[in-house]
Design a protein around this ligand. Sequence first.
Ligand SMILES: C[S@@+](CC[C@H](N)C(=O)[O-])C[C@H]1O[C@@H](n2cnc3c(N)ncnc32)[C@H](O)[C@@H]1O
Length: 292
Amino acid sequence: MPSLTFFKYLVCEAFSRTPPPREPEPAMLMDDPAQVAAFARAGREDGVIGQVYLLNTAQLCELIRPGDKVVDLACGPATQLAQVARLNPQAEFLGIDLAPTMLADAAAHIAQQGLGNVRFALGDITQLSGLADASADVVMSTFSLHHLPDVAALGRCFAEIRRILKPGGRVYLSDFGRLKRPATMHFMAYRHAVEQGEMFTTDYHNSLRAAFSVAELQAALPALGPGLRLYHSPLAAFMVIIRSPAQRALPSAAHAGLKALWRSLPALQQDEFEELRRCFKIKQLTIPALHT
Ligand SMILES: C[S@@+](CC[C@H](N)C(=O)[O-])C[C@H]1O[C@@H](n2cnc3c(N)ncnc32)[C@H](O)[C@@H]1O
Protein backbone atom coordinates (compact mmCIF):
# COMPACT_ATOMS: atom_id res chain seq x y z
CA MET A 1 0.00 0.00 0.00
CA PRO A 2 1.26 3.53 -0.70
CA SER A 3 2.04 5.50 2.47
CA LEU A 4 -0.68 7.81 3.76
CA THR A 5 1.27 10.87 2.59
CA PHE A 6 1.78 9.39 -0.88
CA PHE A 7 -1.91 8.50 -1.05
CA LYS A 8 -2.84 12.08 -0.10
CA TYR A 9 -0.78 13.38 -3.04
CA LEU A 10 -2.39 10.83 -5.37
CA VAL A 11 -5.88 11.91 -4.36
CA CYS A 12 -5.03 15.62 -4.78
CA GLU A 13 -3.71 14.80 -8.28
CA ALA A 14 -6.91 12.98 -9.15
CA PHE A 15 -8.96 16.05 -8.29
CA SER A 16 -6.72 18.55 -10.09
CA ARG A 17 -7.53 19.69 -13.58
CA THR A 18 -4.65 20.24 -15.99
CA PRO A 19 -0.87 19.91 -15.67
CA PRO A 20 1.31 23.02 -15.55
CA PRO A 21 3.23 23.94 -18.73
CA ARG A 22 6.05 21.60 -19.63
CA GLU A 23 9.58 22.63 -18.60
CA PRO A 24 11.98 20.91 -21.03
CA GLU A 25 15.10 19.28 -19.58
CA PRO A 26 17.94 21.80 -19.01
CA ALA A 27 20.12 19.62 -21.30
CA MET A 28 18.67 17.24 -23.88
CA LEU A 29 21.60 14.83 -23.72
CA MET A 30 23.13 13.22 -20.64
CA ASP A 31 26.81 13.43 -21.44
CA ASP A 32 28.35 14.84 -18.27
CA PRO A 33 30.42 11.98 -16.71
CA ALA A 34 29.17 12.69 -13.15
CA GLN A 35 25.55 12.75 -14.32
CA VAL A 36 26.02 9.54 -16.32
CA ALA A 37 27.60 7.83 -13.28
CA ALA A 38 24.80 8.99 -10.94
CA PHE A 39 22.10 7.81 -13.32
CA ALA A 40 23.79 4.47 -13.98
CA ARG A 41 24.37 3.83 -10.27
CA ALA A 42 20.81 4.65 -9.17
CA GLY A 43 19.45 2.88 -12.19
CA ARG A 44 21.27 -0.42 -12.03
CA GLU A 45 19.06 -3.44 -11.46
CA ASP A 46 19.26 -3.22 -7.66
CA GLY A 47 19.11 0.61 -7.66
CA VAL A 48 16.23 2.89 -6.73
CA ILE A 49 14.40 2.47 -10.05
CA GLY A 50 15.17 -1.26 -10.37
CA GLN A 51 11.49 -2.13 -9.92
CA VAL A 52 10.50 -0.05 -12.95
CA TYR A 53 13.17 -1.68 -15.12
CA LEU A 54 11.83 -5.07 -14.05
CA LEU A 55 8.26 -4.03 -14.79
CA ASN A 56 9.36 -2.98 -18.30
CA THR A 57 11.40 -6.15 -18.84
CA ALA A 58 8.50 -8.41 -17.82
CA GLN A 59 6.31 -6.82 -20.50
CA LEU A 60 9.04 -6.74 -23.14
CA CYS A 61 9.56 -10.48 -22.70
CA GLU A 62 5.95 -10.95 -23.87
CA LEU A 63 6.56 -8.83 -26.99
CA ILE A 64 9.95 -10.11 -28.15
CA ARG A 65 10.24 -13.39 -30.08
CA PRO A 66 13.35 -15.48 -30.88
CA GLY A 67 15.13 -14.06 -33.93
CA ASP A 68 13.69 -10.55 -33.49
CA LYS A 69 15.68 -7.40 -34.18
CA VAL A 70 15.02 -5.00 -31.32
CA VAL A 71 15.95 -1.30 -31.28
CA ASP A 72 16.24 0.54 -27.94
CA LEU A 73 15.84 4.30 -28.46
CA ALA A 74 17.94 6.51 -26.15
CA CYS A 75 19.36 3.45 -24.39
CA GLY A 76 21.47 5.45 -21.92
CA PRO A 77 23.72 3.22 -19.77
CA ALA A 78 21.93 0.10 -21.12
CA THR A 79 20.61 -1.09 -17.75
CA GLN A 80 17.21 -1.79 -19.27
CA LEU A 81 18.71 -3.09 -22.48
CA ALA A 82 21.08 -5.52 -20.73
CA GLN A 83 18.29 -6.95 -18.60
CA VAL A 84 16.02 -7.55 -21.59
CA ALA A 85 18.85 -8.88 -23.80
CA ARG A 86 19.92 -11.37 -21.11
CA LEU A 87 16.42 -12.85 -20.92
CA ASN A 88 16.00 -12.92 -24.70
CA PRO A 89 19.29 -14.45 -25.87
CA GLN A 90 17.93 -15.38 -29.30
CA ALA A 91 17.00 -11.80 -30.22
CA GLU A 92 19.44 -9.14 -31.49
CA PHE A 93 19.52 -5.71 -29.89
CA LEU A 94 20.68 -2.30 -31.08
CA GLY A 95 20.96 0.52 -28.54
CA ILE A 96 20.91 4.08 -29.87
CA ASP A 97 21.88 7.22 -27.96
CA LEU A 98 23.23 10.64 -28.89
CA ALA A 99 25.58 10.95 -25.88
CA PRO A 100 29.02 9.36 -26.40
CA THR A 101 29.70 9.14 -22.62
CA MET A 102 26.45 7.22 -22.11
CA LEU A 103 27.32 4.85 -24.96
CA ALA A 104 30.79 4.20 -23.49
CA ASP A 105 29.18 3.36 -20.13
CA ALA A 106 26.62 1.17 -21.91
CA ALA A 107 29.27 -0.75 -23.85
CA ALA A 108 31.25 -1.38 -20.65
CA HIS A 109 28.11 -2.66 -18.91
CA ILE A 110 27.30 -5.07 -21.76
CA ALA A 111 30.91 -6.31 -21.91
CA GLN A 112 30.95 -6.84 -18.14
CA GLN A 113 27.78 -8.95 -18.48
CA GLY A 114 29.31 -10.96 -21.33
CA LEU A 115 26.34 -10.38 -23.64
CA GLY A 116 26.97 -11.08 -27.31
CA ASN A 117 23.59 -10.00 -28.69
CA VAL A 118 23.82 -6.22 -28.15
CA ARG A 119 25.49 -3.51 -30.22
CA PHE A 120 25.30 0.26 -30.14
CA ALA A 121 25.13 3.22 -32.52
CA LEU A 122 25.39 6.95 -31.98
CA GLY A 123 22.17 8.46 -33.27
CA ASP A 124 19.27 10.87 -32.81
CA ILE A 125 15.95 9.21 -32.03
CA THR A 126 14.06 11.86 -34.01
CA GLN A 127 16.06 11.10 -37.16
CA LEU A 128 17.06 7.45 -37.43
CA SER A 129 18.84 7.88 -40.75
CA GLY A 130 21.11 4.88 -40.09
CA LEU A 131 18.15 2.49 -39.97
CA ALA A 132 16.32 1.22 -43.04
CA ASP A 133 12.55 1.26 -43.47
CA ALA A 134 10.85 -1.88 -42.08
CA SER A 135 14.01 -3.22 -40.45
CA ALA A 136 12.98 -3.69 -36.79
CA ASP A 137 10.64 -6.22 -35.21
CA VAL A 138 10.40 -4.35 -31.90
CA VAL A 139 11.13 -0.75 -30.89
CA MET A 140 11.50 -0.05 -27.19
CA SER A 141 12.34 3.05 -25.16
CA THR A 142 12.35 3.71 -21.43
CA PHE A 143 12.71 6.90 -19.37
CA SER A 144 13.67 8.88 -22.48
CA LEU A 145 10.84 10.54 -24.41
CA HIS A 146 10.76 13.41 -21.89
CA HIS A 147 14.26 14.38 -23.07
CA LEU A 148 12.82 15.52 -26.41
CA PRO A 149 12.54 19.30 -26.66
CA ASP A 150 8.88 19.59 -27.72
CA VAL A 151 5.80 17.81 -29.11
CA ALA A 152 7.05 18.34 -32.67
CA ALA A 153 10.17 16.29 -31.83
CA LEU A 154 7.95 13.67 -30.18
CA GLY A 155 5.95 13.46 -33.43
CA ARG A 156 9.16 13.04 -35.48
CA CYS A 157 10.33 10.29 -33.14
CA PHE A 158 7.01 8.45 -33.41
CA ALA A 159 7.05 8.78 -37.23
CA GLU A 160 10.56 7.31 -37.29
CA ILE A 161 9.45 4.39 -35.09
CA ARG A 162 6.66 3.64 -37.54
CA ARG A 163 9.04 3.90 -40.52
CA ILE A 164 11.64 1.46 -39.15
CA LEU A 165 9.11 -1.11 -37.89
CA LYS A 166 8.34 -4.14 -40.02
CA PRO A 167 4.66 -4.84 -40.72
CA GLY A 168 3.40 -6.52 -37.55
CA GLY A 169 6.27 -4.98 -35.56
CA ARG A 170 5.76 -4.20 -31.90
CA VAL A 171 6.27 -1.15 -29.72
CA TYR A 172 7.02 -0.67 -26.02
CA LEU A 173 7.52 2.88 -24.75
CA SER A 174 7.57 3.70 -21.06
CA ASP A 175 8.20 7.08 -19.51
CA PHE A 176 7.10 9.54 -16.88
CA GLY A 177 3.81 11.36 -17.42
CA ARG A 178 3.47 15.01 -16.43
CA LEU A 179 1.72 15.32 -13.08
CA LYS A 180 -0.83 18.05 -12.49
CA ARG A 181 0.65 19.56 -9.34
CA PRO A 182 4.20 20.84 -8.88
CA ALA A 183 3.88 19.76 -5.22
CA THR A 184 3.37 16.13 -6.30
CA MET A 185 6.38 16.35 -8.63
CA HIS A 186 8.48 17.60 -5.74
CA PHE A 187 7.20 14.87 -3.41
CA MET A 188 7.85 12.08 -5.96
CA ALA A 189 11.38 13.32 -6.74
CA TYR A 190 12.45 13.81 -3.14
CA ARG A 191 10.75 10.94 -1.29
CA HIS A 192 13.81 8.66 -1.66
CA ALA A 193 16.35 11.51 -1.83
CA VAL A 194 18.71 9.97 0.73
CA GLU A 195 19.00 6.62 -1.10
CA GLN A 196 19.13 8.26 -4.55
CA GLY A 197 21.71 10.95 -3.89
CA GLU A 198 21.46 14.62 -4.78
CA MET A 199 22.33 14.47 -8.46
CA PHE A 200 19.84 11.72 -9.31
CA THR A 201 17.14 13.50 -7.27
CA THR A 202 17.67 16.75 -9.19
CA ASP A 203 17.58 14.84 -12.50
CA TYR A 204 14.41 13.04 -11.43
CA HIS A 205 12.71 16.34 -10.51
CA ASN A 206 13.74 17.85 -13.87
CA SER A 207 12.40 14.75 -15.64
CA LEU A 208 8.99 15.01 -13.98
CA ARG A 209 8.75 18.68 -15.03
CA ALA A 210 9.81 17.79 -18.59
CA ALA A 211 7.47 14.81 -18.97
CA PHE A 212 4.84 14.96 -21.68
CA SER A 213 1.26 14.98 -20.43
CA VAL A 214 -1.06 12.07 -21.15
CA ALA A 215 -3.01 14.37 -23.51
CA GLU A 216 0.17 15.27 -25.46
CA LEU A 217 1.20 11.61 -25.76
CA GLN A 218 -2.32 10.55 -26.71
CA ALA A 219 -2.44 13.25 -29.43
CA ALA A 220 0.88 11.98 -30.89
CA LEU A 221 -0.19 8.31 -30.78
CA PRO A 222 -1.69 8.05 -34.31
CA ALA A 223 1.77 8.74 -35.79
CA LEU A 224 2.90 5.38 -34.36
CA GLY A 225 0.29 3.46 -36.34
CA PRO A 226 -2.67 1.30 -35.35
CA GLY A 227 -3.08 -1.25 -32.57
CA LEU A 228 -1.28 0.54 -29.76
CA ARG A 229 -2.70 1.52 -26.40
CA LEU A 230 -1.61 4.07 -23.85
CA TYR A 231 -1.86 3.12 -20.19
CA HIS A 232 -1.07 5.36 -17.26
CA SER A 233 -0.93 4.86 -13.53
CA PRO A 234 -4.37 5.71 -12.10
CA LEU A 235 -5.04 8.80 -9.94
CA ALA A 236 -1.63 10.28 -10.83
CA ALA A 237 -0.12 9.69 -14.29
CA PHE A 238 3.48 9.58 -13.09
CA MET A 239 4.12 6.57 -15.31
CA VAL A 240 2.89 6.08 -18.86
CA ILE A 241 3.22 2.98 -21.04
CA ILE A 242 2.45 2.83 -24.77
CA ARG A 243 2.55 -0.71 -26.06
CA SER A 244 1.42 -3.36 -28.49
CA PRO A 245 -0.58 -6.37 -27.29
CA ALA A 246 1.40 -9.31 -25.88
CA GLN A 247 2.65 -11.71 -28.56
CA ARG A 248 3.14 -14.78 -26.43
CA ALA A 249 2.83 -16.16 -22.93
CA LEU A 250 6.05 -15.73 -21.00
CA PRO A 251 8.42 -18.61 -21.81
CA SER A 252 9.27 -20.53 -18.64
CA ALA A 253 12.99 -19.65 -18.79
CA ALA A 254 12.19 -15.93 -19.03
CA HIS A 255 9.65 -16.23 -16.20
CA ALA A 256 12.20 -17.96 -13.99
CA GLY A 257 14.78 -15.27 -14.83
CA LEU A 258 12.30 -12.50 -14.01
CA LYS A 259 11.41 -14.11 -10.69
CA ALA A 260 15.10 -14.34 -9.79
CA LEU A 261 15.48 -10.64 -10.59
CA TRP A 262 12.45 -9.83 -8.41
CA ARG A 263 13.96 -11.80 -5.52
CA SER A 264 17.21 -9.85 -5.84
CA LEU A 265 15.42 -6.48 -5.43
CA PRO A 266 15.52 -4.81 -2.02
CA ALA A 267 12.24 -5.22 -0.06
CA LEU A 268 11.13 -1.62 -0.72
CA GLN A 269 11.45 -2.09 -4.47
CA GLN A 270 9.67 -5.46 -4.35
CA ASP A 271 6.73 -3.67 -2.68
CA GLU A 272 6.83 -0.88 -5.27
CA PHE A 273 6.87 -3.44 -8.10
CA GLU A 274 3.69 -4.97 -6.68
CA GLU A 275 2.11 -1.54 -6.20
CA LEU A 276 2.79 -0.60 -9.82
CA ARG A 277 1.49 -3.96 -11.04
CA ARG A 278 -1.75 -3.43 -9.10
CA CYS A 279 -1.99 0.17 -10.38
CA PHE A 280 -1.81 -0.89 -14.01
CA LYS A 281 -4.22 -3.79 -13.47
CA ILE A 282 -6.86 -1.17 -12.63
CA LYS A 283 -6.18 0.22 -16.11
CA GLN A 284 -6.60 -3.25 -17.69
CA LEU A 285 -2.89 -3.79 -18.24
CA THR A 286 -1.87 -7.17 -16.89
CA ILE A 287 1.79 -7.42 -15.93
CA PRO A 288 3.15 -10.87 -15.03
CA ALA A 289 3.28 -11.71 -11.31
CA LEU A 290 6.80 -12.47 -10.09
CA HIS A 291 6.36 -13.00 -6.36
CA THR A 292 4.68 -16.43 -6.50
C1 LIG B 1 17.23 9.22 -18.61
S1 LIG B 1 18.22 8.48 -19.84
C2 LIG B 1 17.37 6.94 -20.06
C3 LIG B 1 18.26 5.85 -20.48
C4 LIG B 1 17.69 4.45 -20.63
N1 LIG B 1 16.70 4.35 -21.68
C5 LIG B 1 17.16 3.89 -19.35
O1 LIG B 1 15.99 3.55 -19.26
O2 LIG B 1 17.95 3.74 -18.40
C6 LIG B 1 17.78 9.39 -21.27
C7 LIG B 1 18.75 9.22 -22.43
O3 LIG B 1 18.22 9.86 -23.59
C8 LIG B 1 19.33 10.32 -24.37
N2 LIG B 1 18.81 11.25 -25.39
C9 LIG B 1 18.18 12.42 -25.19
N3 LIG B 1 17.78 12.95 -26.36
C10 LIG B 1 18.17 12.08 -27.34
C11 LIG B 1 18.03 12.07 -28.76
N4 LIG B 1 17.40 13.05 -29.40
N5 LIG B 1 18.52 11.02 -29.44
C12 LIG B 1 19.17 10.03 -28.78
N6 LIG B 1 19.33 9.98 -27.45
C13 LIG B 1 18.83 11.00 -26.73
C14 LIG B 1 20.25 10.89 -23.31
O4 LIG B 1 21.57 11.06 -23.77
C15 LIG B 1 20.12 9.83 -22.20
O5 LIG B 1 21.09 8.83 -22.34
